[in-house]
Write a protein that binds this ligand. Structure first.
Ligand code: GLC
Ligand code: CA
Length: 571
């Protein structure tokens, strides 16, 4: 079935680091309004805003303390109205980030819950008594790890209980088995949809239900001593009941798009439970397999930054998902979000081949099957923001890891690890120009600006026909060209030369035509044999690419999109 959100091109904005309109060092909603024309010119049309509700910002807004007001750091309800209006006036759409799994510990519900076991809000959260260890030491109710590398439980003195928090101590998990809580959350979803937005990205959607027998996991503990066993609180049967209820009572009431974040190692089969076009409650899910394809993000402290990307594994991961979903569901495709390193630092070469590798990565991504999502700054090849010292990191996950590992692992190894993997990497301010603070703000920003803004910025790249920004624009123009849209959006997807160790090549096909997208993921030349028929190069990231029948040698990070058998098939 054809729908607007399958044809859209997504763009994720982190509001607080995008554009500061009022000179307080923090990006804001009015700042986004100022940049809409540039985004439109680039060719994106579905904006996903990171969390904008009131929050103490312990986890960049994913810790919500009031679900019905705009975070004053970012603006007002009127600013949001204006943003929605301006987005729609440009024929674009906008979705908000909705955090259903947990609140901030500052949320009034939790403030009541933690003081008084008899308050109705107490049961909005998940509480258990602690245990006593073999040596009389207090222990949390289970051995589960949180996603942020500490225990999944936090002690609350006032009630002598632990509350579950699968992310941070400051983000207690909500109890979705409580019907009153579910009513509250449905009303909140309706409240924002009533403002005229076009849908939600649903944060941590996979985790709303937990195994409620509260047993230790039998799996081995990690270096911190806790067991990272996501099956205790991921993709559980009750969850799908909660989502169906949301769908029936809220999501089905408009032509919105609902995209769930489904980390926690979901399989294709599990993902289909969310997004099957007949029976799923959501429209798409973000699963993260390919973001970790070369293991660089995972907690392998031993991996050095020399670890090279495994191209075969990476493309097979994409193919596995695209092929697995294509009959019954639709996928978003993306290189990263705010939780990952910058893609050009991870899968490209930001030093010797910055332009080539970034344009190659974008061409590969943006012509795939699925709804593409760019992450702000990706369109200019923004790189990891390499912190100078361990003290410079903000990321709560890094801080937790550091608290338990410092002293046991040497500082140099830790620094190297976090510079590659930290979530701070992709959260530095957007680089608009070579003006002070990268044109992001007129005062020193709250988050440090990556010093390479002098070289890497939107203004310079818009003026340069060979820049990454321009190449992304060209690629999106091709994807959206009425002559090609059906092929690039709805056409089939199949890997070409799936075992080739350097090339990520795939074929897009509709009834009439066949286009091969061929990308060299390495700095070494790579060869491919093209069919003996007429060929037309639709797009390339080198100015003089000239694909021909027979053997072709692709240069470092070269990427081609070639119409195969142009003449024959067009007759
Ligand atoms: C999601 C978000 C991440 C956040 C977490 C807790 O994984 O993408 O940034 O820390 O949920 O809300
Ligand atoms: Ca501001």
């Amino acid at each position: 079935m054809k729908t607007w959100w399958k044809e859209a091109v997504g763009y994720q904005i982190v509001p607080q680091t995008f554009c500061d309109s009022n000179g307080d060092g923090i990006g804001d909603l009015r700042g986004i309004v100022q940049k809409l024309d540039v985004l439109q010119e680039l060719g994106v049309d579905l904006l996903w805003l990171g969390p904008i509700f009131r929050s103490p910002m312990a986890d960049d807004g994913y810790d919500v303390s009031d679900y019905r007001s705009v975070n004053p750091l970012l603006g007002t309800m009127e600013d949001l109205q204006e943003l929605i209006r301006q987005v729609h006036a440009r024929g674009m759409r906008i979705i908000l980030d909705l955090v259903l799994n947990h609140t901030s510990d500052q949320h009034p519900w939790f403030q009541k819950a933690r003081k008084d076991r008899s308050a109705p809000e107490h049961d909005y959260y998940l509480w258990q008594k602690g245990r006593i260890g073999a040596h009389g030491e207090p222990l949390p109710p289970t051995n589960w790890a949180s996603f942020f590398s500490d225990s999944a439980w936090c002690y609350n003195e006032a009630t002598d209980e632990y509350f579950l928090k699968i992310f941070s101590d400051k983000m207690p998990d909500l109890n979705w088995s409580n019907p009153a809580l579910r009513q509250e959350m449905k009303a909140i979803a309706r409240f924002w949809l009533d403002q005229g937005i076009d849908g939600f990205r649903i944060d941590a959607a996979a985790h709303l239900a937990k195994k409620r027998d509260w047993q230790d996991s039998p799996l081995p503990p990690d270096a911190q001593g806790w067991v990272p066993d996501w099956s205790q609180f991921s993709n559980l049967p009750e969850l799908f009941g909660y989502l169906d209820e949301l769908k029936r009572e809220v999501f089905d009431q408009g032509d919105w798009v609902m995209i769930g974040e489904v980390g926690g190692g979901a399989s294709v089969q599990t993902a289909l439970n969310y997004v099957d076009e007949q029976s799923g409650a959501l429209n798409m899910v973000f699963t993260m397999d390919h973001c970790w394809a070369n293991g660089i993000h995972a907690s392998q402290l031993s991996l050095s930054h020399q670890a090279r990307i495994d191209v075969v594994a990476l493309k097979k991961t994409f193919a596995h998902w695209i092929e697995g979903m294509s009959e019954r569901a639709w996928l978003p495709v993306y290189w990263l979000n705010h939780d990952h390193p910058r893609v050009v630092s991870q899968y490209g070469d930001p030093h010797r081949y910055h332009r080539e590798s970034a344009t190659m990565l974008e061409q590969t991504l943006l012509l795939m099957r699925g709804t593409p999502f760019l992450y702000n700054g990706e369109e200019i090849g923004m790189t990891n923001d390499e912190q100078a010292q361990l003290e410079d990191f903000h990321d709560v996950w890094v801080k937790n890891m550091m608290a338990s590992l410092r002293g046991r692992v040497d500082d140099a190894a830790l620094l190297d690890h976090f510079r590659r993997t930290s979530r701070d990497n992709a959260r530095s301010p957007m680089q608009w120009s070579d003006q002070p603070y990268a044109g992001f703000s007129t005062v020193p920003p709250k988050r440090r600006v990556n010093p390479n803004y002098i070289r890497i910025n939107v203004q310079a790249q818009r003026q340069d026909p060979h820049s990454i920004w321009r190449h992304v624009q060209r690629t999106l123009a091709l994807r959206k060209d009425p002559a090609w849209r059906d092929l690039f959006v709805y056409g089939s997807f199949q890997l070409v030369e799936a075992e080739h160790p350097q090339l990520f090549a795939y074929c897009r096909r509709d009834e009439r035509r066949e286009v091969w997208v061929i990308s060299n993921f390495t700095a070494q030349p790579a060869s491919i044999r093209l069919p003996q028929c007429s060929l037309r190069c639709l797009l390339a990231n080198y100015p003089d690419s000239d694909p021909h029948p027979g053997d072709n040698l692709l240069r470092p990070y070269e990427s081609l999109a070639v119409l195969i058998g142009a003449k024959e098939k067009q007759q």
